[in-house]
Write a protein that binds this ligand. Sequence first.
Ligand SMILES: [Zn+2]
Length: 250
Amino acid sequence: METIHTVEARALVELQKRDTALDALRARAADIPRKVKAAEAAFAGKKAEMLGAREAYLALQSRKKDLELRIAEAEEGIRKHQLQLNQVKDNSAFKALLAEIETDKAAKDELETGVLTLLDEIDRASGQDKALQAEVKKVEEAKNAEVAALQAAAVAVAAELAAAEGVRAAAAAAITPELVERYEAVRANRAGLAVVAVHEEPATGKLSCGGCHMAVTPQKAVDVKKPDTLTYCPDCRRLLYREKTLFGQG
Ligand SMILES: [Zn+2]
């Protein structure tokens, strides 16, 4: 079947327009959960970054505590050895104790330098921790607002979709079932687009398929200019019509 003459041609074109609008609406509906997921993921990423910074900050503080503990131990060692200095009579034992005290003091100095370095790092980490916490709070607020808006949009789109599907079903029911069946078969194979207007080159009047853009043969160009006529595109098998002819504008 290459050409269809039917008074239902216009109704089929209208059905395609409804279906195209419905497909766009369904795509919008399907897009909403994806957008919600993306917003949640962006927030989760920021939150993970914040937790990482917090962990780093706490690790630095625990390292500082550890150093302070070792400083206290070194001080205890120094004090003990200084007490022992008063009790030894032996010169070599005295010297050994002095050496021990020097070693403890050197260790204590090194540990204190370590604490100073850590204090700088803790300062930076604390600043980063606070900045990230503030940022996460902001991101969370923005995310919550976005998700709420998306959920409201989902409700609205669902209502719009239900109404449009009802109108579409009634429109399809008014067309001969075999014609709808053929239309559906092409639609299934052509990404939802079964009926397309031919494109008319203004300068030359040459026609091409509005779906695959291939030139329309001279015979088909004649056919498509007849009233109430649809013709198949030989290349993509979509149903072609001419806007001016079918909708009576010349
Ligand atoms: Zn085509």
